[in-house]
Design a protein around this ligand. Structure first.
Ligand SMILES: [Zn+2]
Length: 297
């Protein structure tokens, strides 16, 4: 069995209305899910997932992503929701409990973080790194590079490559279909793959309706094209988010909404049944990839 975790920053389950870019948006399945409506998940099972984790205030990226990638309720440990990048306390949690490390110690291999990192990251390491960067490093795994991207072995977080081209990289634009082909090939060679996408959160903070609708259509197409290319008889796909944002453009802040966790493919129902909050994602993944009953299937 193998598994893909598809992380989308800032995607919650909102109400219909003029401030929700999903309302009236065509071709937005399976991402367009609304409160109190059955979701069009394309054969997936959706779990409305708690991102507030019992702590007051708006959920934030550093503590939410730490929770997703460790199974530890990070806001509860800190006593608050931590914005942006992990601080020392979160880094300690990640170093000890990283999903990548747990899988590695359980003998799951190969493990792949499918996002390409630019030369700038390796040459001029940023002082603050994301929860994912820290989680990958905790397991001593390599990062994929722009050369990997050129060779069809990685995807940039902006899977269209537009942001890279704007930064001067000599790289062709990718359609959602082309990015899905690359990601599906990476998934087929790995037991566990993570891909993460952040532009949804950025566009949500900018409250840019036009950009939000364009980004969501592209992203939904990527997910659909990916699901069509992955062998779902032996692969589980889990899509989740750290907090709401883009589903309500009336505010520049994150929302208190639940986030959609959607599970497709192998072990779909058993994985979905284990998930209630963001803290359940890592244990569900580790169990699914290490259970004797499914390890040979
Ligand atoms: Zn944000």
């Amino acid at each position: 069995m193998s598994l893909l975790l598809f992380f989308i920053d800032g995607l919650g389950i909102g109400s219909r209305g003029t401030s929700n870019p999903f309302d009236g948006l065509e071709d937005a399945a399976p991402l367009a899910v609304f409160k109190n409506e059955p979701p069009a998940t394309l054969d997936g099972v959706m779990v409305s997932t708690d991102a507030c984790l019992g702590i007051e205030g708006r959920p934030q990226s550093a503590s939410g992503q730490t929770t997703i990638l460790t199974g530890v309720n990070a806001p509860s440990l800190l006593g608050y929701h931590k914005q942006g990048f992990p601080n020392k306390a979160l880094l300690e949690i990640i170093r000890e409990h990283s999903l990548f490390l747990q899988l590695k110690q359980a003998g799951v291999a190969p493990i792949t973080f499918a996002n390409a990192y630019t030369k700038r990251f390796f040459e001029d390491r940023p002082r603050w790194v994301s929860a994912t960067t820290a989680a990958v490093e905790a397991a001593g795994l390599p990062f994929r590079t722009i050369d990997d991207l050129r060779n069809g072995r990685a995807v940039f977080q902006d899977f269209t490559n537009r942001m890279l081209i704007e930064r001067g990289e000599d790289i062709p634009l990718r359609t959602s279909t082309e990015a899905a082909e690359v990601l599906a090939a990476v998934v087929s060679e790995s037991r566990f793959t993570l891909f993460e996408y952040f532009i949804t959160d950025k566009v949500g903070h900018a409250q840019d309706m036009e950009a939000a609708r364009a980004v969501l259509q592209d992203l939904a197409r990527l997910v659909r094209e990916l699901l069509a290319r992955v062998d779902l008889t032996r692969t589980s796909v889990i899509l989740t988010s750290d907090h709401g944002n883009i589903e309500d453009l009336s505010s520049r802040n994150h929302t208190l909404n639940e986030v959609p966790t959607i599970v497709w493919g192998a072990n779909r129902d058993s994985i979905a049944s284990r998930i209630k909050s963001l803290a359940d994602i890592t244990p569900a993944i580790v169990e699914s990839l290490t259970e004797k009953a499914t390890a040979s299937g």
